[in-house]
Write a protein of this length. Sequence first.
Length: 416
Amino acid sequence: METSQTRDSILQKPEEKALRSLALAYALGLVAVAALLITAQVVVQSMLASQESDAATINIAGRQRMLSQRIAKNILNLRILPPGPATENVIFTIEGDLAKWRAAHRKLRSGFTGRESTARTSPAVQARFDDLERHFQLMVTTTENIIRTSRAGDEPASVIATRDAIIAEHESEFLKLMDGIVMAYEREARDRVHRLRQVEFGLTLAVIAVVSLQALLVFRPLVRRMRTTIVELARSKQIAEDLSLEDELTGIANRRKFEQELKREWLRAARNGSPVSVIMIDLDDFKGLNDSAGHDAGDQCLALVGSLLADEMRRATDLVARYGGDEFVVFLPDTDQKGAEAVASRLQEKVDELSIATFDRWHVAISTGVAAENPNRSDVDYAHLITEADRRMLRAKTERKHRSQFWGTAGAGSLR
């Protein structure tokens, strides 16, 4: 009962609320760290996707320059090749390159640079594409005319040459603008990666800051409070253990405490070769006191006798305990039979002097049984010592004129 109340009193302290607050702060900190880490991962993936998208855009823009140069070169070949299979092959090559050129141009103009990603074209790049559009469309139209007339064979070489000159004129501007677009894409891609890296670095610093705050504001107080709680629990456990070894009515040691001390001192005495003694004590006619004065008076009598016996213990190693009911026991380490007899006689005299007015002047007296032994003997143990002291006490109670009986290593003992 005392143990449960002690533990409940600890758990109901204000520290419990503080611990809950710290636990909540810890959980929120973990959520913040998780959110920051997820955000950082999203930023990294965005960076990788951006680099992939920018690389695809720059690759398409670079291919535009190559395709325009190939088309111009093959148109030049049409001027010098005679009609025949070779001319058809060149025309077929020009048609294929023109189709690729148009498709790539549409992707760049629409901002599409991959299967699932869209290029983030800036206004400056869009303006360059607007300037490029006129040159591109004129080159495409002129190339289509050259393909049609070359396949039909009804245009003189001079007309093809004129159209080729038109393409060459606009190609230089086209290539210049395309180079500018590629350079702008590269510059903007580097800027985007730089910004994403800054964001990632900021998120890393935020994670470090949150973890540091957790350590400073949560873990340190939590460890401090846990240490305090552990100390309090250990103290309460010790208090509970002490209470479990204390008789609730009299406040002196109980039978469990007596048996623990007897076992420990018996082993120590066996090693040292020193004697130990036990005095069993019983209140005379305690039942008559309870019947005439009431159980409350009987409890008060037990408490007064227990207190008196405890006050008569002269050494710190001497122990008095309530053995059960109206029985008490005294344990005297390093004490032989003669010394234990003296203690028993003194206790008897002190109890005889006790006067309790509330008991209607009921005379309080005790009977004692003393047993002494040397634990280094192999034929006896501490249980035998208790049994003998108890037996001597019971015999003493039957002799109203002689309320003490002694037994020791010398033999059968004496009755006085």
